[in-house]
Design a protein around this ligand. Structure first.
Ligand SMILES: N[C@@H](CCC(=O)N[C@@H](CS)C(=O)NCC(=O)O)C(=O)O
Length: 90
């Protein structure tokens, strides 16, 4: 049984427009009806997003899904396939 403590607090997708993996991930997010739940963070338009992606996620690769849990911890999920699989179950 899912409890409130296991539910993500919020999601943010780090991406940029010319990245094909990002485009595919965003298309899948739309098809899953998850777009309203995921803040988009363009790392080329806002360099501070790139800085926090590298600092906290560990590398500049996009797409990356940031998952902020209710306990205050964040997870940084790389790889478009893994992001889409995760969101299919979220
Ligand atoms: N296997 C990855 C590939 C992602 C990828 O290659 N992203 C490129 C942009 S299209 C990138 O961020 N390159 C910069 C880097 O890896 O630091 C995925 O499916 O998400």
């Amino acid at each position: 049984m899912t409890t409130l403590i296991n539910k993500p607090k919020k999601f943010a997708l780090y991406y940029y427009d010319s990245c094909p993996y990002c485009a595919f991930t965003r298309q899948s997010i739309n098809e899953l009806g998850q777009a309203k739940n995921i803040e988009l963070r363009n790392i080329q338009l806002q360099p501070e997003y790139r800085t926090e992606l590298i600092k906290n996620g560990g590398k500049a690769q996009v797409p990356c899904l940031r998952i902020d849990n209710v306990n205050g911890e964040s997870e940084w999920l790389y790889e478009s396939d893994d992001i889409i699989k995760y969101l299919q179950c979220a």
